[in-house]
Design a protein around this ligand. Structure first.
Ligand SMILES: Nc1ncnc2c1ncn2[C@@H]1O[C@H](COP(=O)(O)OP(=O)(O)OP(=O)(O)O)[C@@H](O)[C@H]1O
Length: 277
């Protein structure tokens, strides 16, 4: 049984494991009278895939949104490489080396696939703020560098042939890959994935699993997803939430048979059958 532990010392006591890149410690989020997260902690370590699972309404998306800076926690501390990052805002993420994909893909409808993916590489643009402000064209060198990064990310995702397509012309699983390629083009140290498997069939989910596993050699990944098979197959470490609290954490093998996890999911099953009955 893996006990919930919200103390910061846990991270310091983790033996020879490398220090985490990113930590959220003692995070509490309240929406009016509802406590969506109650003193939840999470550590993303280098080269580790960290999964966050839990039944509907457990607080997964809220935790993801805290990590992305979309939701400011009422309590708790976020740290990047050990330094507190108070008031984290989504636009700061790329500069820090954090990329994310969201449930809503957020692709620009008026841009081609290549142009969408180049947006992800934008942190490597060298042309200064002043040029951007004056809407001067990007330098030819910048343009080439961003294009090369984007093409490399697209090749990794099998999208090279779709470079000039408009997103709306592509099937949903391909659009998901475009959003993924855009995140990879930022060459992040930490990749945050919200429900990457939603809307995908079994074959695409299996491919996604292989891709995510492969990414761990060069970055840290936090993955929020409902698909147990995917989470169990690709994650090194899993945090299980229920009603805003951590009910278990550990390796897939440790959490799989944890009675608290089984209870949480059985509770969800019971609710569902109640809904239909
Ligand atoms: N903006 C909000 N305002 C009020 N309540 C919210 C808000 N966002 C989430 N909640 C509530 O907080 C709780 C946690 O929601 P959250 O979406 O984080 O759970 P989840 O585990 O991602 O669920 P699901 O798997 O259904 O997406 C739920 O009870 C939800 O209704």
């Amino acid at each position: 049984m893996t006990l919930p532990d919200t103390s910061e010392t846990r991270f310091a006591d983790a033996g020879s494991a490398p220090p985490p890149l990113f930590t959220a410690t003692g995070v509490t989020v309240r929406f009016g009278g509802l406590t969506a997260l109650d003193t939840v902690s999470l550590a993303a370590r280098p080269h580790e895939v960290h999964g966050v699972i839990g039944p509907n309404g457990a607080g997964k998306t809220t935790l993801f949104n805290v990590c992305c800076g979309f939701v400011e926690p009422d309590e708790g501390v976020l740290r990047w490489r050990g330094d507190p990052v108070g008031g984290l805002r989504p636009h700061q993420l790329a500069g820090m080396g954090i990329a994310r994909t969201l449930q809503g893909l957020g692709l620009f409808a008026g841009l081609t696939v290549l142009e969408n993916v180049m947006v992800g590489a934008d942190r490597f643009r060298r042309t200064g703020f002043g040029s951007a402000l004056l809407a001067l064209p990007r330098s030819a060198g910048d343009e080439r560098r961003l294009r090369e990064r984007a093409m490399a990310a697209m090749a990794e995702l099998g999208l090279a042939d779709a470079a000039s397509a408009m997103p709306a012309s592509l099937p949903y699983p391909v659009r998901k890959r475009v959003a993924f390629a855009r995140a990879l083009a930022a060459d992040p140290e930490l990749l945050l994935l919200d429900e990457p498997a939603s809307g995908l069939g079994a074959a695409d989910i299996a491919e996604l699993g292989e891709l995510v596993r492969g990414l761990a050699s060069r970055m840290s990944v936090v993955l929020v997803d409902h698909h147990m098979d995917l989470v169990m197959a690709v994650c090194d470490h899993i945090t299980v939430l229920d009603f805003g609290r951590i009910v278990a954490r550990g390796t897939p093998a440790e959490v799989k048979d944890d009675p608290a996890v089984i209870d949480a999911y059985l509770g969800e099953e019971a609710d569902r059958s109640g809904d239909h009955g």
